[in-house]
Write a protein that binds this ligand. Sequence first.
Ligand SMILES: Cc1cc2nc3c(=O)[nH]c(=O)nc-3n(C[C@H](O)[C@H](O)[C@H](O)COP(=O)(O)OP(=O)(O)OC[C@H]3O[C@@H](n4cnc5c(N)ncnc54)[C@H](O)[C@@H]3O)c2cc1C
Length: 610
Amino acid sequence: MPPNRSSGLDFSDGKGALDQHPDVPTNYAGGSQPSHLQRNKTERRRLQGLQRTLTTSSISNTSSKPMGWHQKFDIWMINDGGRQLFFGVWIFLHLLVAVFGFIHYSLKDNLRTARQLFGTTFAIARTAALVLHIDVIFILLPVCRNFISMLRRTPLNDFIPFDKNITFHKATAWSIVAGTVVHILAHMVNFAKLAMLDPNAKTTGQRIAAFFAANFLTGPGATGWIMTAALGVMVFFAIEKRRRAHFEWFWYSHHLFIVFFICWQLHGMFCMIKPDRPPYCSFNTIGVFWRYWLVGGVIWIGERILREVRSRHITYISKVIQHPSNVMEIQIKKEKTTTRAGQYIFLSCPEVSYFQWHPFTLTSAPEEDYISVHIRVVGDFTKALAKAVGCDFDSKDKKSEKGDAPAGGKVVGTVANPPINRTLPRVMVDGPFGSASEDFLNYETILLVGAGIGVTPFASILKSIWYRMNNFNHSKPTRLSKVYFTWVIRDFGTAEWFHSLLHAIEEQDTSNRIEINIYLTAKIKEDDMNNIIVQDVGAEKDAITSLRAPTHFGRPNWDRVFSSIAEKHPETDVGVFFCGPAVLSKNLKQMSNKYSQPQGTRFFFGKENF
Ligand SMILES: Cc1cc2nc3c(=O)[nH]c(=O)nc-3n(C[C@H](O)[C@H](O)[C@H](O)COP(=O)(O)OP(=O)(O)OC[C@H]3O[C@@H](n4cnc5c(N)ncnc54)[C@H](O)[C@@H]3O)c2cc1C
């Protein structure tokens, strides 16, 4: 990222046209939008700078300019190039290994007997096995989260897409599946040839029996089929849809990797197909799986030990707050923990389940003496955890659903004053681990977009910025000078989760460095709408959030948002950070590419999906 790229910011709002309504698509702006969406005068004055800019012209300009291939390439390199090139190199490496492996096994002089016996399928089976060994080098590395978190802070992060670690793990897994299928098919042909040549098998029945015996009664055959079964179960439960629906099945079945690896090591140790010359079955030629596995395996074991060590650090829940819209906030004190804004932890509560570890993004800032998470209660684990810490979301509190709950949520219990009839349960914390959002300080301007509970990484970032604004943070100054925070929420109650944080930011942010835009997408009942309109007239605060920044109704108009930022921050690298559903993520990535100009504003997109 060239350091001299600068927007020349003045942090002022500029004198944009106030008359345009920011929430509705441009074709509404001619006056045909529903009347209840019209901003009253005080609301228009309170509009954040981004929403005041008249950008209709820039929207059409950006999309209509034809681009040369050079420009297209530069734009491709901003968000996709590095990642796609990395995967391209990875595929090329596989092809290279496959081609050279095949040539090697087809020509090697001490494998003549095997080739004469089996034909090409011998070389194919061996080549597939070689590619599988290459995959085993990589399969564990992307799930070593401490290792990845450490590497993503090095210059390697500019070349290797560390945030795509799970995609890389999946790609390697699919390559193992493909290699396994090829290896099995080739060996089935080999086993059939063996059965046909078996001097003791005279009839078809005896040949079929010999074929099955080679499959299930020989060491390589039996271990091979156990490995295949283990791999099949792991893949079956790891398919995205099934994993999302039955996470626990996925989690427990994935531990079959232990069986898979042990059988793999044994599989190669039987020396079934011997070379022509001695040494026939030396330490260097058979059972070499462990050598390929070693690096990833040792790091992975190290990570598991670290998890055990960390889970034994003194850790206790210091406060539990129940928020509206099924969200609880758990504040935790943990010794020997330093965090960075945007990171996440794995949380386990032995009272609920000793083996389950669930990821949650930190909502506390590094400057705070506790760590906190905001957890949306969605399934088995989170429901059981909510019950264990004393939250009660079942008795429907209409007040809190409407967002009338006490500001900052309802304190359910603290370590000194636990909830009635219970002590707060023990929790274990692993992490913190790095994520894309952690890079927010690398940019001069950032656009943070959270959808629903996807706001959590940005709460931590905003808090940290607030501490910086108030000189509580003494680390070296950063280039970050403007933050656009956009939060898309479905209901009124959600707006309360970070009520006090957003208020504090508005109070303190006299130079308008942080623009807050909250979008409410729920259909609003007529009664509620009338209430809002009445409360909004002449008010200095928004009726829903009680912030100065008015709430927008409906979905954000991303064209307007991106073109406004491009207009206000020419020649600037803007970090776009998103956390929320995949559909919106795709949309924002498209927008980042659409409004990036190699010599102008460049939008660097980073995302997190829960
Ligand atoms: C990096 C990351 C950060 C997250 N941060 C937050 C946060 O700040 N606040 C929040 O409310 N939620 C967060 N989540 C989602 C949270 O982990 C799940 O909602 C939680 O694990 C659900 O567990 P459950 O058994 O109650 O629900 P289930 O009904 O069992 O699962 C609901 C969904 O969560 C997924 N899930 C379940 N268990 C896990 C697990 N151990 N690891 C990964 N995914 C799982 C399932 O695939 C499913 O899609 C985060 C997820 C990730 C990957």
